[in-house]
Design a protein around this ligand. Structure first.
Ligand code: ACO
Ligand SMILES: O=CC(=O)O
Ligand code: MG
Length: 540
């Protein structure tokens, strides 16, 4: 046994606070000991990282602005590259993403996309049942035995492995706990639960097939958080007998602070990282959250915050330049439009927006993109095939990009309309209701809504409604109406008329609870860090 493994502290005692039929097949004594070991070795550092986030945010609230770090200039200026990228991840031009229920897993693996990001994060409501079903579905998929029959009798089976998308799993972020697993009485980190349990059951099998395991890492804020992931992954490799660097990750740059540490994050994970991704929805949410007290940087209504806003363009181009300089892939992100059935004109307009977004990405130098729905794969592929003849375009240097701090923070022009305000209220309430009911991704007005898109709506409402704190004049809508809590009340009263299909709406039974939550979150003096933190205490 290696010295690292010998010197480890005892794993700790595990209590499962919930019991569902079949869970013992996943949470075997050995799996529990594996998770407990991760907790004992890494929980202290996780808490230190979360405390560092709070300290940094306090400085931003006091008027500081994010900036590139002087102490890490040698990393930014140094000449180094990430480890070689495995063959299975050389061509990632179209990646489909989606929650982890068995039907979605089969549909996504069979979809014809190059990769499938199986998502325990933005698009999954982490009920215990959803998490276990997702872990089980992925384990069966890797064994090649996953099957599913819908309530309508439709049967689903996997295509041959060579025709399947390459699997990449996204665990939840560092801020979340898994309340159903206690180690010595403390909640386990949700990240360690999702990634740890997946690795315990599948890492060796995937490594044997030269398929990873591969992960997407969400919501990082600093290179120290990346270093924590690197330590966890190295520890898992050692415990499971995998070679150093066998596990590969792509990191989502989807927080404003992380945009100032892209080189540093690549460097901290350089033996294991294969790319960065523009997680635009969380990035917009993070811009609002980080700069919540900066009244000169309030964003216009959500629909106007598109990737052509200068601060978003600067971030995505800097990501391409940074990745390519280091030999890593620069992945694009998700357009929220999904196919619209029964209205050809509206469908054509939605698809045109997706096409324009993919064209912007490929011509900026991105090496691949995301789609939310299988019907969008041919469109994204066509655009990337037309402009990216090789497997990727890592060789394109983008030395023409000079994104400075002011570019990444640039205030945006735009307005807030009554429809924009009310739309935020509707999205928050409907999404939260669905999430509380166990559904983490829903179509609302033909847009894909998940935790990240809903967070934009929630934080905008808080920021707009608290604009008048400290004696400032309130914000006004473009028609002159002051943005105040009376406006929020009126939006709540008007909500039912927007639910023209209330009975079939996901989460309809939890609408009143969702309204109550949004009301409390928007009235609170402090902006809650994540919507999903209080909401998690309300799910099973
Ligand atoms: C900000 C971010 O983090 S982006 C990443 C997180 N978000 C996502 O991953 C979005 C995932 N997408 C989805 O969940 C869905 O596409 C939704 C909720 C947006 C729309 O869902 P629906 O209205 O059910 O779509 P629709 O009815 O058109 O689906 C048609 C078929 O495609 C399947 N499908 C739809 N989206 C996906 C997907 N992402 N992956 C695999 N299959 C899918 C459906 O399961 C359905 O299959 P079936 O015909 O066998 O029953
Ligand atoms: O995770 C992706 C995002 O846009 O957020
Ligand atoms: Mg995200």
């Amino acid at each position: 046994m290696s010295a690292v493994l010998q010197d480890r502290p005892e794993p700790g005692t595990v209590d499962l606070t919930r019991s569902l039929p079949g869970q013992e097949a996943l949470l075997t004594p050995a799996a529990q000991a594996f998770l407990a070991g991760l907790h004992v070795r890494f929980e202290g550092e996780r808490q230190a990282r979360l405390a560092a986030r709070r300290t940094r945010q306090a400085a931003f609230d006091a008027g500081a602005l994010p900036d590139f770090r002087p102490d890490t200039a040698p990393i930014r200026n140094g000449d180094w590259r990430v480890a070689p990228i495995p063959a299975a991840l050389q061509d990632r031009r179209v990646e489909i993403t989606g929650p982890v229920d068995p039907k979605m897993v089969i549909n996504a693996l069979n979809s014809g996309a190059n990769c499938y990001m199986a998502d325990f994060e933005d698009s999954t409501a982490p009920t215990w049942a959803n998490l276990l079903a997702g872990q089980e579905a992925l384990r069966e998929a890797i064994k090649g035995t996953l099957e599913f029959t819908g309530d309508n009798g439709k049967a689903y089976a996997l295509r041959p492995e060579a025709e399947q998308a390459v699997l990449i799993v996204r665990p939840r972020g560092w801020h979340l706990d898994e309340k159903h697993v206690l180690v010595d009485g403390q909640r386990l980190s949700a990240s360690l639960f999702d990634l740890g349990l997946f690795c315990f059951h599948n890492a060796v099998a995937l490594a044997a097939k030269d398929r990873g395991p591969y992960f997407y890492i969400p919501k990082l804020q600093s290179m120290e958080e990346a270093a924590l992931w690197n330590a966890v992954l190295g520890d898992i490799e050692a415990t499971l007998g995998l070679s150093h660097g066998q596990v590969k990750v792509t990191v989502l740059i989807e927080t404003l602070p992380a945009a100032f540490e892209m080189d540093e994050i690549l460097h901290a994970l350089k033996d294991r990282i294969v790319g960065l991704n523009c997680g635009r929805w969380d990035y917009i949410f993070s811009y609002i959250k980080t700069l919540r007290r900066h009244r000169d940087r309030v964003l216009p209504e959500r629909g106007q915050v598109t990737m052509v806003q200068p601060f978003l363009r600067a971030y995505s181009e800097l990501l391409v330049k940074t990745c390519h300089r280091r030999g890593a892939h620069a992945m694009g992100g998700m357009a929220a439009q999904i196919p619209i059935s029964g209205d050809d004109a509206a469908n054509g307009a939605a698809l045109a927006r997706v096409r324009a977004d993919k064209l912007r990405e490929v011509t900026a130098g991105h090496d691949g993109t995301w789609v939310a729905h299988p019907a969008l794969i041919p469109l994204a592929r066509e655009v990337f095939d037309a402009h990216m003849p090789e497997a990727n375009q890592v060789h394109i240097a983008r030395d023409d990009v000079h994104a400075e701090r002011d570019d990444l923070l640039r205030p945006s022009l735009g307005t807030i309309s009554k429809a924009g305000f009310e739309g935020n209220v509707e999205v928050c309430v409907r999404y939260l209701a669905a999430w509380l009911d166990g559904n983490g991704c829903v179509p609302i007005h033909w847009l894909m809504e998940d935790a990240a898109t809903a967070e934009i709506a929630r934080t905008q409402l808080w920021q707009w409604l608290h604009f008048a704190d400290d004696g400032h004049e309130p914000l006004h809508l473009d028609d002159g109406t002051p943005v105040d809590f009376a406006l929020l009340e009126r939006a709540f009263i008007g909500l039912p008329s927007k639910f023209n299909d209330q009975l079939r709406m996901p989460g309809a039974s939890r609408i009143n609870e969702a309204i109550g939550m949004l009301d409390r979150l928007t009235h609170a003096d402090e902006l809650a860090d994540f919507l999903t933190l209080p909401a998690y205490e309300r799910i099973d």
